[in-house]
Design a protein around this ligand. Structure first.
Ligand SMILES: Nc1nc2c(c(=O)[nH]1)N[C@H]1C(S)=C(S)[C@@H](COP(=O)(O)OP(=O)(O)OC[C@H]3O[C@@H](n4cnc5c(N)ncnc54)[C@H](O)[C@@H]3O)O[C@H]1N2
Ligand code: MOO
Length: 396
């Protein structure tokens, strides 16, 4: 109907245009939250040798079984040095936490369980089992995969990466995504408002989504309602891998976005999707740049970013979570557009329950803040009852 393409066809049309911004190698201190492009390998073994886990004496267990046993202290191994000699029967070596075990030793007598006098120690607590030695390679061995490619780097991953003697990691480059809101009514947050003006909320929400999907967001400002103003903005973001024009996508007299992009040389691949909310969503190529036009209504822009922008950026994030849930309340017959209802899902008695929010108007931000998922309804889906199973998409 009316020249709109289906959600599935839109996804298929977008698939060949998914972003692959390439790889870059960066310092580990800048890598938190980045997507790893190449496995991190251990360049060393940890611990590199059998080491002491306590401050005390490296001994032979057999020499320390009885209270009062005397051992001769033949030397010392502080952490960071290697033992200069082995120990023999009746001998001990002073050792500190993390230091390498001398040959001949098979046990650490902690200093609290020994009494020192000159070059001798006396066992004050009989020792019964080998203890306090960390074996070489207990954590990892040289050549092990420490962090697999594809994951989003956490603080623990970075500690492990460093321990494996890696100062850098190779991560996916962040695609540069420019957000281009258009409309004479829009002012940035924090402005002095005047009659007829509203605040641009889409830029903040979309920039946050872009960042959470591994991209870098550019927000060059708001374009006025004219082809010339929009073209100036297009020129200003020629570095971007993807441009997100927001608003001005529908049929109103001041909806200039597509005209401006066409004039700039863009090739529009589709315009209008049978989806609710988000019908005016469109897609174009401007040379190497991808252009995903989103509707101005905040819920439409947000939902269509989840449905269409996320897959475009998928090479850096992986697919959205889809799950099944039981409806808390019935739903009336669906319209001809594939519909995504903002909803709240929760666990109850081992079951996932989902409830659509009462007001689904696409201008509203409050329900969007409350929602944690979208209920997907296929075009013309029949009415369904409470308890029926529906498909849901987790919201980011
Ligand atoms: N006669 C028709 N009118 C409309 C149709 C239609 O088919 N025929 N489609 C409607 C649908 S569906 C949508 S969605 C909207 C989308 O229109 P646009 O993409 O052209 O968006 P605008 O008109 O520029 O804005 C719509 C609405 O959203 C507000 N807005 C815009 N940008 C922002 C922003 N950055 N932050 C916050 N709010 C924004 C704007 O002020 C409008 O209220 O069109 C319907 N109309
Ligand atoms: O498709 Mo629009 O997003 O319903 O308001």
């Amino acid at each position: 109907m009316s020249g709109l393409i289906s959600v599935d066809d839109a996804r298929r049309a977008l698939a060949p245009h998914a972003l692959d911004a390439g790889e870059e190698t960066i310092g580990i201190n800048d890598a938190l939250g980045r997507i790893l492009a190449r496995d991190v390998l251990a360049g060393t073994t940890a611990p590199p040798a059998d080491v002491s886990a306590m401050d005390g004496y490296a001994v032979r267990l057999a020499d320390t079984k009885d209270t009062g046993s005397q051992l001769r202290v033949t030397g010392e191994v502080p952490a960071g040095t290697l033992p200069t000699h082995a120990i023999g029967p009746g001998e001990a070596m002073r050792i500190f936490t993390g230091a390498s075990l001398p040959d001949g030793a098979d046990h650490i007598l902690i200093q609290e369980e020994a009494e020192r006098s000159g070059n001798h120690i006396r066992v004050t607590v009989p020792q019964s089992a080998h203890q306090h030695i960390r074996k070489a390679g207990r954590d990892f061995s040289a050549g092990d995969v420490l962090v697999p490619a594809g994951i989003c780097l956490t603080p623990a991953d970075l500690g492990l990466t460093a321990a494996g003697n890696n100062a850098t990691v190779t991560v996916r480059r962040r695609p540069l995504v420019a957000i281009l809101p258009g409309g004479d009514e829009l002012l940035p947050p924090g402005s002095a408002l005047s009659p007829g003006k509203i605040i641009d909320s889409n830029s903040a929400a979309l920039a946050a989504l872009v960042r959470s999907w591994g991209g870098e967001a550019l927000t060059p400002g708001i374009a006025g309602d004219s082809v010339a103003a929009i073209r100036a903005m297009i020129d200003a973001v020629n570095e971007a891998d993807l441009i997100l024009p927001v608003g001005g996508a529908s049929v109103g007299d001041y909806d200039y976005m597509k005209a401006a992009f066409t004039e700039a040389g863009a090739d529009i691949l589709f315009s209008g999707i049978a989806v609710r909310p988000g019908k005016p969503t469109w897609f174009a190529r401007l040379g190497q740049q991808r252009v995903l036009g989103l509707p101005g209504n905040p819920a439409s822009a947000f939902v269509c970013a989840q449905l269409f922008l996320r897959p475009l950026m998928m090479s850096t994030t992986g697919p959205a979570t889809v799950f099944k849930a039981a409806l808390e309340t019935g739903l009336s017959k669906a319209g001809f557009r594939e519909t995504y209802l903002r909803a709240v899902s929760r666990q109850q008695d081992g079951q996932t329950i989902v409830a659509p929010l009462a007001d689904q108007d696409s201008s509203l931000l409050r329900p969007l803040q409350t929602a944690n998922c979208l209920i997907r309804r296929m075009p013309n889906a029949p009415a369904c009852a409470a308890g029926d199973t529906v498909e849901c998409v987790k919201l980011d």
